[in-house]
Write a protein that binds this ligand. Structure first.
Ligand code: FEO
Length: 385
């Protein structure tokens, strides 16, 4: 437990056993599930935690309550990592009311088979829950990350309870290995990033608030220069590249495509470009997806495979299209010994993506690099540099 302010206490938990968050994102530094108690004339608890941490969460809650009883359970978001203990809470504290959107109340019926409407305070945009000195103003935040999501703002301590927004991968009880934005960016693009316009709408609403602290549902409590985090979110929500460099995700079966990638990377570096390459066989696709959004220029390099493209590249392209990939310059390296068709197939996979500018040069490698394909690499360098 830690104090966020004198009257707001973090009662969340840290999961160091989890390997895959949401059954797909590797979280080598664990995961935090955050929940808070606001102590005032009335007491509000915000959200719960993942099911297997119920015991620890209730122990934290009881310690924070110091013999008092909670009046409200505020449900900002109904996904299981936050909502799993709603039913247990409502049974343990039969006089408490649940405060949530109508959509969340409907989801509670689905998950718990219980209609909490008689014990509910439904919220709409602008609704204010008075606790005493604290008054929570509710802000609709649909599709960040589910449709029922609301955030709330406490003008007393200038705290934004931001639901999944401004979250990150990694437990919060250990020193992070990298700056907040490294894993927050992977979290954003993987989990929230598909619906950038919804995030932009939310940021416009939040611009009118004096925010000193952001309490998200994952990761550390954010204080200090909050504009740093908000500015990053503005960039991410608008799909604006953060670097003019080049990202080259690739697959290579016997190393020949990799040699073409290495040549491209070396020549681009000589030309002064920042370059990152990534072998898709050795890295989880979520890291590649994030870098594809980070850089302005992406060169996809893969082999023709079963008349299509290599599976790990197909997975990356599927996920990019599914996450609203846009506003980038794109080039291709294809390899095929007798019928190279990978570039055409890769381009088809991106057909739904908006504002992509394609390079004039596509590098075709027939088995191994030769004079012709080396020349094509140099032409591609000239275009990208
Ligand atoms: Fe952290 Fe969308 O749940």
């Amino acid at each position: 437990m830690e104090k966020v302010t004198d009257t707001i206490i973090h009662i969340g938990v840290n999961d160091h056993n989890i390997h895959l968050f949401e059954a797909q994102y590797p979280v080598p530094q664990g995961m935090a599930y955050n929940s808070y108690v606001i102590l005032d004339e009335k007491i509000a608890v915000t959200d719960t935690v993942e099911e297997s941490f119920a015991h620890q969460w209730f122990a934290n809650l009881e310690e924070a309550l110091q013999g008092r009883k909670p009046d409200y359970l505020i449900v900002h978001h109904m996904e299981g990592d936050h909502s799993a203990n709603i039913q247990a809470f409502m049974e343990k504290y039969p006089e408490a009311q649940v405060v949530s959107s109508l959509a969340a109340l409907n989801m509670m019926k689905c998950y718990f088979g219980v209609d909490y409407t008689p014990r509910a305070i439904p919220v709409r945009e602008g609704f204010v829950l008075e606790l005493g000195k604290h008054a929570l103003q509710f802000i609709a935040a649909p599709m960040i990350h589910w449709p029922e999501v609301f955030m709330s703002y406490d003008a007393c301590d200038k705290v934004l309870f931001s639901a999944d927004a401004f979250g990150t991968f990694g437990a919060s009880d250990q020193e992070p290995e990298e700056p907040w934005e490294t894993e927050a960016r992977r979290y954003y693009y993987g989990i929230v990033g598909k619906f950038g316009t919804f995030t932009e709408t939310l940021l416009k609403k939040a611009a009118g608030l004096d925010i000193k602290t952001i309490c998200s549902l994952h990761g550390p409590v954010l204080t200090g220069d909050v504009s740093h985090y908000v500015d990053l979110y503005k960039k991410w929500a608008s799909y604006t590249p953060e670097s003019d460099g080049v990202f080259i995700p690739y697959t290579s079966i016997y190393g020949h495509t990799e040699k073409a990638v290495q040549l491209l990377a070396e020549e681009l570096k000589k030309a002064g470009k920042e370059v990152v390459t990534m072998n898709l066989a050795e890295n989880d696709v979520s890291y590649a997806l994030t870098l594809a959004f980070y850089y302005k220029n992406i060169v996809f390099a893969t082999t023709t495979y079963n008349g299509g493209i290599f599976p790990t590249m197909e997975d990356l392209l599927f996920r990019l299209a599914d996450h609203s990939f846009c506003k980038r310059r794109v080039g291709f390296i294809e390899n095929g010994s007798w019928g190279p068709a990978a570039a055409k197939t890769m381009k088809e996979k991106l057909v739904a993506c908006k504002e992509l500018e394609y390079t004039d040069t596509t590098v075709t490698v027939k088995g191994a690099l030769n004079d012709v394909s080396v020349e094509a690499v140099k032409k591609l360098v000239a275009e990208l540099a």
